[in-house]
Design a protein around this ligand. Sequence first.
Ligand SMILES: Cc1ncc(C[n+]2csc(CCOP(=O)(O)OP(=O)(O)O)c2C)c(N)n1
Ligand code: SF4
Length: 283
Amino acid sequence: MNALSDYKGQEPAWCPGCGNFPILETLKTALFELGMEPHQFTIVSGIGQAAKLPHYLKCNTFNGLHGRALPPATGMRLANHEMPVIVTSGDGDCYGEGGNHLIHAIRRNINVTLLVHNNQIYGLTKGQASPTTTEGVVTKTQPFGANASELNPISLAIGLDCSFVARGYAADSVFLKSIIKEAITHKGFALVDILQPCVTFNKLNTYSWYKERVYHLDETYNPYDRAEAFKLAIKLPDKIPTGIIYKNNKLTFEERIQILKESPLVKQGFSLNSTLKELDTFY
Ligand SMILES: Cc1ncc(C[n+]2csc(CCOP(=O)(O)OP(=O)(O)O)c2C)c(N)n1
Ligand code: SF4
């Protein structure tokens, strides 16, 4: 029988009060309640404070380069599409350095769950503006204010017809857990943008700032209506909706690959002769 303590990894080295702590605890509880034991899934990350999360959780882990978590996650899904893969990333890691990979992973509809800890700052490298930093916000390296308009990951993902698009808030654990559980069990690429206070470097988007703005989408909201989802995504940020904003049921990348219909690649035998024969057909 599985216990919550089975997921415990190393001691986190985050600042006291960091919004990454509740995300870690919520993810553990979600995995536990889904009955997924540590050896049954893989967590992939790049570089950053958020990307340290797999060290703090007992599971199969791949920790790669900054912005490059989605390519190995794609390879893992293609090698073994029976193994759930979760990617955990920061807003800089995913929407900045990894932006190109994000676009194409969504377009291909790789069946992975992507959790973006969106603290609207580069935390690990001490507070530079990230793609989601609000325009005009003064940071250590932008003394005259961030001089580019902020990226809206929700409208970007809906624009790409992403299979599952949600927003959660780190300090709203019970609701966040329900979103993460749905994202993990969803068939297709699932983006969960998680608003995460960085208590050390982001003095604008604080716990009290979020408390005044964050609200839950209720059951009358229809996440299958793309036009409505767009309207919600581009609304001015006086109130911030959380919940499942958009979803659809399209075919995943894995479902479109003939050879994967037989069984996962890791369970298929390898023969050099048949591979050479296959390659010969191209010449
Ligand atoms: C290609 C590359 N560019 C820059 C860096 C330096 N770097 C490491 S972490 C980081 C910022 C991470 O910020 P974010 O992804 O928002 O995560 P956070 O630390 O805020 O969780 C940067 C710029 C790097 N390691 N590799
Ligand atoms: S710098 Fe910010 S993101 Fe990094 S651990 Fe501290 S509070 Fe968290």
